[in-house]
Write a protein that binds this ligand. Sequence first.
Ligand code: ATR
Length: 280
Amino acid sequence: MNITAHTRPLGLIGYPVTHSKSPEMLNEVCRILGIPAAYLAYPVKPGDLEEAVKGMRALNFIGFNVTIPHKVAIMPYLDELDDTAKEIGAVNTVVNKDGKLIGYNTDGVGYLRSLQEETAVSLQDKTVTILGAGGAARAVSITLAKAGVKEIFIANRTQQKAEKLAESLCIFTRARSVSLSEAQGVIAKSDLLVNTTSIGMSPHTDQTPISADFLHAGLLVSDLIYRPKDTKLLTSAKQMGAQTHGGLGMLLYQAAVAVEHWFGKPAPVAQMRAILEKEA
Ligand code: ATR
């Protein structure tokens, strides 16, 4: 990359950020699109968030990505939030539009694009069970609710959180929380099962969020975990004859949508995927 006095900053803030593949992927995107920008990963401690945002504003960043633990905390320091970020209640992408910092959330739409590209599923009138009720569950379930699914069940270890999420989905579609013991029954009548918990993530690859007995051949099983690519849940689902969808695509498309917000151009997804696949 040719860095000159015209090169503008882009980056990721989070804590920690050393595991991130975004710098490699986004610098390659800038090179391919001919954008004079450099993307770095900035470890920002929670107490330093406000100062970091002020600094990025002063330094005229093109924009930046936001990851754990700042996705919710950053919202008061931005000038505007788009509707999706407001609905999800979290920001993962910020665009500097003529000095105004605008917050977006590309996680849900990234998930949806990945699901549609990789499985060609039609979501109209489908029944969905979501495992987990954290930030990722919120982004995915709101997006699916708005995309026309008929009914969403939320199963979570802490049922109170599942109830709260189900309540907030009710403005878009039918939704209710279920206990873990009820999960088998609702999965039996579901078309799509999405694991948004971290159960099964490397290095705990022998773990799975639900028993393989709950799965059936009529399911599309989607796991947001991308390391390993084939989680125990997805392996069991394949053995059961179910269709599967891994988490790498969400990682890819949430970044692709961020690229489109920053540069107003389609993202080079094939090259971005090659970088993520090499690293995963
Ligand atoms: P993210 O932003 O990735 O969604 P999060 O907001 O911390 O992360 O949410 C993590 C989700 O995984 C939660 O639903 C959590 O369940 P609780 O609400 O009960 O904490 C779920 N989760 C994580 N580890 C889990 C485990 N070992 N067993 C069951 N659920 C787990």
